[in-house]
Every structure is written in C-alpha cells, then in structure tokens.
Design a protein around this ligand. Structure first.
Ligand code: ADP
Length: 237
C-alpha cells in the first residue's frame, strides 16, 4: 500500500527517556487519522517529528513519496494546528490568515483572494476584522484551521484540536471539522486522548502507548478485535 504519510521504525529519546519506540504507521491520501493514547504516551512527539519540529534519532519519515527526515519544516508541505492555536493576538482574523503568505512574499491580490476563500470555507467572513480575544473558542479553532490551510499544504496535523473547546459545542465542531477535511480531501492526522472523539472523527485510529504503536485500523477494527492486552484494556474490554 502506498501512504501519503508514513513513519517507519521511528525512535526518539529525550535524554535517556524513550518517547518513540520503533513506531511505524501510515496514513493514506485523503484519510483522516487519529493518534489515540493516554497522556504522555508520545503522540505529540510523533506529530512534531512529522512536521519537522523534532528530529527522530532513528527511522524514516515519508511525506508524499519523499523521504522527509532532512527536509526543513517549512518545505514539507505540512500545515500544523497547535493545541492552544497560537494565534497572533495583536492581529485581526484576516491578518492571522494572511501572515504566512505575506512572509512568503505572495502577491497582495492573491493573498486577498486566498484569505477571502478561507474565511468563507470556515464561516468567518463576518468576523474577519475581529481580534482573537473577541472570538469564541470554536471560532478561534477555525481561524487556526484556516491559517494552517493558507499555503495549501498536502498534509494537515492537528494537536488536540478540541481540547480548548467548550464541551457544549465540541460535538458540533467535531462533525464540522471532519466534514471540512473530507471535502478538502487533505490527508490529516490529529492527536487525542479522548476515545469518543477518535471514534467520531477518525477514519483510522492509531493507538499509542509508551511510545509504541499498539494497533492501527478503522474504529470498527479496533473495537471489534483489539490486538494487544493494552488495547483491550484501554477500550474497556
Ligand atoms: P502525549 O502527546 O501523548 O501526551 P508527548 O509526546 O507530549 O505525549 O510526550 C511524551 C513524553 O515525552 C512525555 O513523558 C513528555 O514529558 C516527554 N517529552 C516530550 N517532549 C519533551 C522534550 N522536549 N524534552 C523532554 N521530554 C519531553
């Protein structure tokens, strides 16, 4: 099978602590995958290595048919949505979306067209002139999503995308994000420790425990046939 994103036998140490232990998995083109596991199991570290924000000590990273280990972060074609969204507080919504394109010296007219498109896609046109602190949690998440999409990445990575969202609107946002990602057809990988979230949102679930991949498969596969004692225990069997 050919994957759009693949990690092969990745190892990562922080000092003597092994944060990734022979971790291998793949995500197909257009698939929305979820890394699921307890807090501290190494999910974010895997995401950060894919994005080029951390370097693996061993193993290979493949992105869209290219060996990614040595490709600088900004050239990997990856969009990243950080857990706390990391929006620029002193910039309007529109300027947050335009920022990366301005840095790349994209033509002003093209920036205007692209930001209009992203505002429309995320339903933020009416709040384009507001600042992040004037938005709801859900709106902030959508700004972070739109900003990550601005340079047209091949792959989108999202670290705990619903963690900062009110429980009341979380469900609504989960289905919104799932639909938006599928409509765009962009290969995506998100991190969560919430089983309901993984089952509701992901096409494929990758179970992480102590830096190891315990099992990867569709939600049905995982829940009907857990393959390791950890997975069976984790999903409450
Ligand atoms: P998760 O996303 O599953 O909660 P992380 O990938 O954030 O887990 O962290 C896995 C482990 O690696 C944790 O024990 C964490 O403390 C450790 N860790 C993560 N990043 C660093 C770092 N930069 N330096 C030292 N330890 C780290």
């Amino acid at each position: 099978m050919s994957y759009e994103v693949e990690l092969k036998h990745i190892e990562k140490y922080f000092g003597s602590f092994k944060a990734a232990d022979d971790a291998s998995f793949g995500v197909e083109k257009g698939q929305l995958a979820g890394l699921l596991g307890p807090s501290g199991s190494g999910k974010t570290t895997l995401l950060r290595m894919l994005a080029g924000l951390e370097q693996p000590d061993k193993g290979d990273i493949w992105i869209a048919g290219r060996r990614g280990n040595k490709i600088p972060a900004r050239e990997r074609g990856i969009g990243f949505v950080f857990q706390n969204y990391a929006l620029f507080r002193h910039m309007t919504v529109r300027d947050n979306l335009a920022f990366g394109l301005r840095v790349q010296k994209v033509d002003d007219h093209i920036i205007k067209v692209r930001t209009d498109e992203l505002l429309e896609l995320t339903g933020l046109t009416a709040v384009a002139k507001r600042y992040p602190q004037q938005l709801s949690g859900g709106q902030r998440q959508r700004v972070a999503f739109a900003r990550a999409l601005a340079p047209n990445p091949k792959v989108l990575l999202l670290d705990e995308p619903f963690a900062a969202i009110d429980a009341k609107v979380r469900k609504e946002l989960r289905s919104w994000l799932r639909e938006a990602i599928h409509n765009l057809g962009i290969t995506s990988l998100f991190v969560t420790h919430d089983q309901d979230e993984a089952v509701e949102v992901a096409d494929k679930i990758i179970i992480v425990n102590k830096g190891r991949i315990e099992q990867a498969g569709s939600p049905v596969e995982i829940y009907q046939s857990p393959q390791t004692p950890f997975v069976a225990d984790f999903i409450g069997e």
